[in-house]
Design a protein around this ligand. Structure first.
Ligand code: GCU
Length: 451
């Protein structure tokens, strides 16, 4: 628990999903997570304790590496080499052979499989109201996606989503969906951030609305709780009828991404939304989930992956910042399939048949923007350079599909937008936020959405 708090402090962000709980609740979540983690290890036949991950606190004796000079040599799997050792050289080879192999590997070893019998979701509009974002009139819809729980009525799952579109739109608009949490009340009173003398850019919501675009926010915890203690509840628990997961079943990131796909099912019936122009966005753990959603859901045409770090866009084999051992610990293992725990006990990261560049490659040829903050403000836990390296190594797949990929190989100075190709990268000068990258993202996205 202490490690958790230190990491949170180090990133300088409140972890909303955890901060909402009392100390007693946190203790109980911790205890139940430890029990569930242990039962998963028993299913896997692992007796040895997990290797501990490094600390996010730079002052600790076991602090995570933050020095580029100490990054070890490692061997990355080639996204274009098939499991049988042959190289894929055509786009058909990618779509028909290599991509399905990578999907299977990511599902089996890392993010887990979505079970076949996931029940359907019935979307309901809770209310529609005219309100404002900043000074701009919008139409706000609160939605509930009620999951059919006839097979196990003890567990109820109701996905909460907010959809906001410009009030004056005559045609369906593009929508950026954020995985995260909805703050209430929303847009009331107006949150005006721009004034003649304000040095700040307006909030992202306002920037999107003034562009004529809309946004949605999905409350991830309404799909699946952000801890191991909740794995027998939420959508994962509902499908398993309250029983523990099997080692190859979906983790929380995949469950959140599944929820984002169900949101698209709703958008397809809402005439305010242009479903040919949909993006997915998220920060940190939600950035990881946004990348998983983008990789597995082709109806998302653009991605905005904010400071996703380990388990997201960062090369796991790089020993800088957060490591596999942290991800597989009782605090974070729930994001992944049970199988993933092996890589912090009986196996090592070098045994992992995939790495983050291949997750980015699963998005190809769709454009994806990778965002990070400054190490001086955000710290090094998320390993911005590790996400850049992943973007470099995902590029050959984009190129094979006739796109540019990242179009850069040298890690840029802070603030430099690398936006010429379908993989974009920018490290802004601020902290653990997508905030300062929104205007760059919108300019880049309008290339695809306004053409
Ligand atoms: C922790 C965790 C990260 C995660 C972050 C967050 O720091 O180790 O992997 O991205 O929390 O989501 O805030």
């Amino acid at each position: 628990m202490d490690k958790w708090r230190i990491v949170v402090l180090f990133l300088g962000l409140p972890v909303f999903s955890f901060a909402q709980f009392s100390q007693a609740e946190r203790d109980s979540i911790y205890r139940l997570s430890v029990i569930d983690h242990q039962q998963m290890k028993e299913q896997l036949g692992i007796i040895a304790p997990n290797r501990p991950g490094p600390s996010g606190n730079p002052d600790d004796p076991n602090a995570a590496n933050t020095d580029e000079k100490n990054v070890r040599d490692y061997q990355l799997p080639d996204p274009l080499i098939l499991n049988n050792g042959k190289k894929v050289t055509t786009s058909e080879g990618w779509w028909q052979k290599r991509r399905p192999e990578l999907v299977r590997l990511f599902e089996e070893e890392m993010y887990g499989r979505v079970p076949e019998n996931v029940p359907t979701v019935a979307w309901k509009v809770e209310y529609v109201k005219d309100t404002v974002v900043g000074n701009f009139p919008v139409k706000e819809k609160m939605l509930s996606g009620v999951v059919d729980n006839a097979a196990y009525p003890e567990i109820e799952v109701k996905i909460k989503m907010l959809l906001v579109t410009p009030a004056d739109a005559n045609d369906p608009v593009p929508v950026v969906t954020e995985l995260g949490f909805i703050r209430w009340p929303f847009g009331d009173p107006p949150q005006r951030t721009n004034s003649l003398f304000s040095p700040h850019e307006p909030e992202w919501k306002e920037q999107l609305i003034t562009q004529g675009w809309g946004f949605a926010i999905i409350n991830t915890s309404s799909i699946q709780a952000d801890n191991g203690a909740g794995l027998r509840q939420g959508i994962i628990g509902l499908v398993n009828k309250g029983e523990p997961r099997k080692p190859d079943q979906w983790g929380v990131l995949r469950a959140w991404a599944w929820g984002a796909s169900r949101a698209i099912d709703y958008f397809e019936r809402d005439s305010d939304v242009d479903t040919s122009r949909l993006a997915i966005e998220g920060l940190s753990r939600y950035g990881k989930a946004a990348l998983v959603a983008m990789a597995f859901e082709p109806r998302f045409s653009l991605g905005f992956i904010g400071s996703s770090g380990a388990g997201g866009a960062k090369i796991l084999r790089r020993n800088l910042g957060e490591q596999v051992e942290n991800l597989a610990s009782t605090a974070e293992y729930h994001w992944f399939s049970g199988n993933f725990i092996q890589y912090a006990s009986t196996k090592t990261v070098d045994d992992l048949p995939v790495d983050a560049h291949e997750l980015i490659a699963l998005c190809a040829p769709r454009p994806v923007f990778i965002s990070a903050g400054s190490p001086f403000v955000e710290g090094q836990w998320i390993d911005a350079k590790g996400t850049f390296v992943a973007a470099v190594h995902a590029s050959p797949v984009y190129e094979l599909l006739g796109k540019e990929g990242l179009g850069a190989a040298t890690f840029p100075y802070i603030g430099t937008p690398i936006v010429s190709g379908e993989i974009a990268f920018r490290q802004h000068a601020g902290g653990h936020s997508t905030g300062p990258n929104w205007s760059t993202w919108i300019a880049w996205a309008s290339r695809y959405w306004e053409e």
